[in-house]
Design a protein around this ligand. Sequence first.
Ligand code: AGP
Length: 608
Amino acid sequence: MCGIIGYVGKKRALPILLTGLSAMEYRGYDSAGVCVQASGLVRIRAAGKIEKLRERLPPAPLAGTAGIAHTRWATHGVPDEANAHPHMDCHEQVAIVHNGIIENYSELREGLKAKGHTFTSQTDSEVLAHLIESECEEASGLAAIRRALKRVRGTYGIVVIFKDIPQTLFAARMGSPLVIGVGAHEHYVASDPSAILAHTRDVIFLDDGELAAVSSEGVTLAGLDEQPVNKQVERVTWEVETAQKNGNPHFMLKEILEQSAVVENSTRGRIDLIGTRAVLGGLRDVSERLEEIDRIIIIGCGSAYYAGLVGEYLLEELTGIPVEVELGSEFRYRKPIISARTAVLAISQSGETADTLEAVREAKRKHALTLGLVNVVGSTVARETDAGVYNHAGPEIGVASTKAFLSQLSVLALMGVYLGALRGVLPEREAGAVLAALYEIPDQIQMILEGRARISQIVKRHAAMGNCLFLGRKYQAPIAYEGALKLKEVSYVHAEGYSCGEMKHGPIALIDTSFPSVVLCPLDSVFEKTRSNMEEIRARGGKIIAITTDHDAVSSLCEEVIIVPKTLECLQPLLTVIPTQILAYEMAVARGFDPDRPRNLAKSVTVE
Ligand code: AGP
C-alpha cells in the first residue's frame, strides 16, 4: 500500500509533492522518490524515510510545475534506491509511480527484454514504464497507456508523466485507489485524500477501469474499455488523520474492515484453480530441499505464534509432515534437536521481532532450512532466512495484529497445498477443494464485516465483564488464544484462551454467572464435544457468547450468537477470528481506550 501524489498547475511542484508524501508516510516508507518535468524528467530517489529524500534534493530549487512522487511499501524487490519509485523507461521518456501488484510482470519483462529494454530494478512496477514507452511507437498519451494496461494482469493505481507532453499527468486505476484533487488552475492526483486535503477538498474518485488526463486547466476521463466516463466532483469533509484511516476512527478498525481485500492481495496470483496448484515463487529455489524435509518447526511470538498453531494443523493435514510450533523466546534457549532435513518457518509481521530472529539464527547455526512468512519486505527475518513468502497485507499500523494475522493464515493454507502437491501426498481433488474454498474467503469475510454493528451491540451488553474465557477445539483452539490476546491487549479485560478439552482440568472452576465465555463452535468435526463443554458451562450459570456457523445448533445454550459462513474446517479459522477482532475493538472503545495505542505495547518488539 504505497503513497502516490502528482501535481500540475502554476506553482513549483516539488514542495507540494514532498508535503503530500509526508502526509502519506503512514502508508509505508521504506523508500521514496519524486520526478519533476523540468528540462526533461528530473528524478530523485532515496532509500529510507522521506527525510532521506529531502537530503538528496539539489541546492537550486527545481522550477518544474508538474511532477509525481511516491513513498514505497515494498512488495517486490528490497527497499533500496534502485527499487524506489518513480520508475522510468531506459530512454527516460516516461516516469511512473505505482501502487498495487502486477501479476504477469515476469512475462512482460521477458518480452520487453527481448526487444532490447534494460531494467534497473527488481520491481514489478518498472515494467509499466517500459511497457508504456514501448506503446508510444504506435500511440501517445492516454492511448499509449491504455494499450499498455490492456496487457497487464493485476492491480494498479498509477500516475504517469511524459518528457514530451508538458503540464499533463495521466492516471489509471484498477484495484488500488486514486483520487483527483480539483483546484483553481491546478490539479492533484493521489492514492488517498490525506495527501491533498491541505490544498483542496473538491475531488473526483476514480473507479476501476478508469483513466484520466489531468492538466492545470482540466480533467479528461476515459474508460480502459474506451467507453466515455462521466464523474461528479465530490467534497471531502474528513480531516487528514481521518482520511488516513479511510474515514474510520482508528487504524485497528480500518485494518479489520480491509481484510477482504487483504486476503485477495495475499492470495493474488497464488491460486491456480485451473492447474489446481498454489503458486509460491518464493519457495521455488528451495523446492528440492522441501521435498526432503522430514519435520517442520514453526517459530513465532504473540499472534504470529497463534497463526503458527493453526499452521500446525493445516500443514500436517495437507502435507503429512510432522509439525511443531515454538515460541521464539523459548526455542532460542533450548537445545533444539535440528537436522538439515528440518525446515524452520519463522512467522513475523514486522520481520524484526528479536526473539523470532534469534530463533532463526539458532536454526541456521544447526543447518536447518529456514523459511520466512513475513509482511515487511526486506526486513531482517526476510533477509536472513533461506527463502520465504511475503504475505502482502500492506502496512499494519494498529499495534494489535488483525489483517496481518489473517493474511498469515491465508498464506499457510497456500503453503500446505504447495507442499502437499510438491511431495505428492495431497490428492488433486483435495488441493482443488482447498484452493476453491480459499478463493471464496474474501466474500465470506465481507459478509461477517457487514454484521459488525450487531457485534457492537453484544459488546455493549457485556462491557462490564472483568474476565473472559475464550474456548475452542482443534483448528479453533488457536483462535481462542488469539481472541483472548486481542481482548487483553486493547481493552485490558483479563482474558484467557483455552482448548475446550482442558476445561475439566481446571478452568471450569472459574465459571459462574459473572465469568462469561466466548466459544468458537462452528459445526466442524469436533462440534459435539465443544457443545458438551458449553452445556457444562451453562450448568454452572456461565454466560456464553458463541461464534458459530449454525444458530439453532447452539442458541439454547447461549446469551449471544454470532454467525459466520461455513467453509472447510481447515479454513474456518480465517472466518471465526474476525468476530473476536471486532469484539476486542468494540470493547476497547466502549471502555474509552484508544485501540491504536494500547498501554505498555509496541508494534514491533525488537528487544528481548
Ligand atoms: C499481536 O496483536 C501483538 N501486537 C503481538 O503479539 C505481535 O503479534 C508479536 O509481537 C509478534 O510480532 P511480529 O509478527 O511482528 O513478529
